[in-house]
Ligand binder design. Structure first.
Ligand code: NAP
Length: 315
């Protein structure tokens, strides 16, 4: 609980705001949700503006903004907010490029503001337990497999931005898996090979096969696919000398050597409730939390990527 409520506004009102941000914020007594800024979107009963410029011109009392528009449009809004002395929470991915997020980090320091690059999947219920298991001092990791597969028609209907340059394509969900991996593996790792599959009419990949090398020498194989139907595969498998860890359902479930592990039960908004608890603590302790490592891996996958062109994809 903070001394006085954080006066917060949401910018870019769309699916994730309605599904997660709004319900998580209103449950948290540390916040007063004072306004939204969005060209078309709004939330019932909350003052709404059409742009961040008019929001900040009219609400001089604002402490913080949550920026939830697509990543290609986030830098300009974040820069504007930081230059007006407002703390900033960034939805994932934190931007369209690594360097723009580095720039925001500098701007936050210059303006004495806090910046938080959120990675919601790191807040999934079984992730902390997985990290704890893998942090055992004597444990040796032998191999890692990450599968992040879903049906784009089910999860991203009519999201044109996601197929445009900077929208990341299959890495929009895939970066969630990479955000978990960069969080739970004790060693850092880098992209070694990358094959990206692009529909001929789209600027972002629909599937990707990556391999990574860790500084401890083990390999990581990653498969990302938007073309599957009949369910999702959001799984990470870590083979160690002390058992096989399987983190599944996007970080919600954990098994070790086939034995399901007990994890905290979450509400459907649990990941975002945890994000907003952390942001409140960052704001009241005047601290930033900036991590671009998952975005850097995706950027490197694009840098190294061998491109395979597939037939057109239409909704
Ligand atoms: P969305 O609904 O397609 O977009 C969010 C809002 O951004 C839109 O309603 C729109 O509001 C605004 N917007 C769209 N295009 C814009 C543009 N060209 N310029 C400025 N604003 C624009 O997307 P979303 O699913 O909420 O995702 C937004 C972010 O959250 C993404 O980075 C995504 O990776 C992340 N995220 C999404 C989910 C999910 O399940 N959907 C889960 C976790 C994280 P106005 O038209 O009112 O401006």
């Amino acid at each position: 609980m903070v001394d006085s409520k954080i006066k917060l506004a949401i910018v870019g009102v769309g699916k994730i705001v309605k599904d997660q941000h709004h319900p998580s914020i209103i449950k948290n007594p540390d916040y007063e949700l004072v306004a939204t800024a969005s060209r078309n979107g709004f939330l019932d009963g909350i003052e709404s503006f059409k742009s961040i410029e008019s929001l900040l011109a009219n609400r001089k009392d604002l402490d913080a903004v949550s920026l939830c528009m697509p990543p290609q449009y986030r830098f300009t809004a974040a820069k504007f907010a930081l230059e007006h002395g407002v703390d900033v929470l960034l939805e994932k991915p934190p931007g369209a490029t690594v360097c723009e997020v580095n720039q925001l980090e500098k701007l936050a320091v210059m303006n004495d503001c806090q910046l938080y690059t959120t990675w919601h999947s790191r807040h999934a219920p079984a992730v902390a337990n997985a990290k704890r298991f893998l942090s055992q001092p004597q444990l040796k990791i032998e191999e890692v497999l990450i599968n992040w597969k879903e049906d784009v028609r089910k999860w991203h209907p009519n999201q044109e931005w996601i197929w445009q340059a900077g929208g990341l394509g299959v890495f929009d969900p895939g970066i969630n898996g990479l955000s978990i991996l960069t969080h739970i593996l004790p060693a850092s790792f880098f992209v070694e090979t990358s094959i990206l599959k692009f529909p001929e009419n789209r600027a972002a990949p629909i599937a990707a096969n990556l391999s990574f090398t860790s500084e401890d020498g083990y390999r990581i194989i990653g498969e990302f696919d938007w073309g599957i139907s009949g369910g999702e595969e959001w799984n990470i498998e870590v083979i160690t000398d002390q058992g096989k860890l399987i983190l599944s359902s996007g970080g919600a479930k954990l098994a070790i050597d086939g034995e399901p592990q007990e994890v905290e039960q979450y509400s459907e908004h649990g990941e975002y409730e945890s994000i907003y608890r952390e942001f409140s603590s960052l704001v009241s302790n005047r601290k930033s939390n900036v991590d671009v490592s998952p975005l850097a891996l995706v950027a490197d996958a694009f840098l190294l990527g061998e491109r395979i062109i597939l037939e057109s994809f239409d909704e």
